[in-house]
Design a protein around this ligand. Structure first.
Ligand code: NAD
Length: 321
């Protein structure tokens, strides 16, 4: 068995490799070559932790496995550790033997940023110039860094519920040489692409804040009850997702569905656009919206990719098992 420890991931994994892995697995999901197993998520009654498993099988890439982990809210304060903890296990699809154990913390941020980037590549207008950020937490910095590579953005505008956090994303924009401006939500009308990545349980971004032609990537809503954008925005937009079953239950679409504004058949898989079986954006005025709920196959895809890189660079630890 190979081990790729968390501490090695930053040196091994690139944004490009994460992007490729996620784009391929979204395509495989849409063509029926890959599927996600039902998600398990449990409040374990200890340390207020939420623990669970996300798994799947990609027949095309022969990637089989699961991500185990969750959220320990007291980690930072009590143990000096980050609150989200996860590990990916990969198995040999021919024999069932364990193949690799891979640190999953940084990979989660990279694969989530890759998902919105893949949506920008396939759905945003080619001439997009202004990138809007709603959110400035841990994931937001990864999201922004990856998104800036997808179009020739000339400006980043940002809004956050806690404005004191905005310098975190301003720093990322500055590193990329792109000017940053803090705006009110009304100011988001200037954006050609908006990424929302917050842990909110009520909408911040309303339909009136989004201009025609904008692409919106909703990345924060991954649980029942969470919500980042007004349900009416989904009714106005052409909606895409990573996985429809998750979009309607734990994704941003759960609210528009519950309010009867859209039906399940109004949501398309981004992978079908990647495969060319569905059109993506069909006009300059259309609003496209990607509901990125986060699937286990994304984790497996980036983990398999980092294992290959670790083997190539001699950084994988081999143990008899
Ligand atoms: P974080 O705690 O670092 O940041 C939270 C962000 O949400 C901050 O910008 C904060 O200001 C904002 N926020 C908090 N309360 C808010 C409110 N009431 N209204 C509006 N904004 C509010 O969290 P993070 O690690 O950046 O994660 C952000 C979200 O992304 C979480 O909901 C997390 O579960 C989700 N997530 C999704 C995926 C996926 O695949 N889709 C993957 C990882 C994380």
């Amino acid at each position: 068995m190979l081990i790729v420890p968390e501490r090695e991931i930053a040196d091994l994994m690139t944004r490009e490799a994460a992007f490729d892995a996620v784009e391929k697995v979204f395509a495989a999901m849409a063509s029926g070559d890959a599927y996600n197993f039902p998600v398990i998520r449990e409040a374990i009654g200890h340390e207020d932790a939420l623990y669970g498993f996300k798994g799947g099988f990609d027949r095309a890439g022969l990637t089989l496995g699961l991500k185990a982990g969750g959220y320990w809210p007291n980690n930072l304060e009590r143990h000096g550790l980050i609150n989200h903890q996860s590990t990916v296990f990969l198995f040999d699809a021919d024999t069932g033997m364990v193949k690799a154990m891979v640190g999953g913390n940084l990979l989660t941020a990279l694969r989530t940023a890759a998902a919105s980037s893949v949506s920008i590549k396939h759905l945003a207008r080619r001439d997009a110039k202004v990138l809007g950020m709603v959110g400035a937490g841990h994931q937001a910095t990864f999201q922004l860094r990856a998104a800036l590579e997808q179009r020739a953005f000339e400006k980043v505008i940002g809004w956050n519920y806690h404005p004191e956090m905005l310098p975190r994303i301003e720093k990322v924009a500055a590193e990329a040489g792109v000017p940053f401006e803090a705006v009110e939500l009304d100011g988001m009308r200037e954006a050609d692409v908006i990424i929302s990545i917050t842990s909110a349980y009520a909408a911040s971004l309303m339909a009136k804040h989004v201009s025609p032609g904008c692409h919106v990537a909703c990345m924060g809503t991954d649980t029942k009850g969470k919500q980042e954008v007004e349900a009416a925005l989904l009714a106005r937009a052409t909606v895409f997702t990573d996985e429809i079953a998750q979009s309607v239950t734990i994704g941003e679409a759960q609210h528009a569905i519950a309010e009867g504004l859209i039906g399940e058949s109004d949501i398309a898989q981004l992978g079908a656009v990647i495969n060319g079986t569905l059109p993506g954006r069909t006009s300059q005025e259309q609003i496209t919206l990607f509901d990125g709920t986060g699937v286990g196959l994304q984790d497996l895809a980036v983990a398999a990719s980092v294992v290959a890189l670790a083997v190539e660079k001699g950084a994988a630890i081999e143990v008899d098992f």
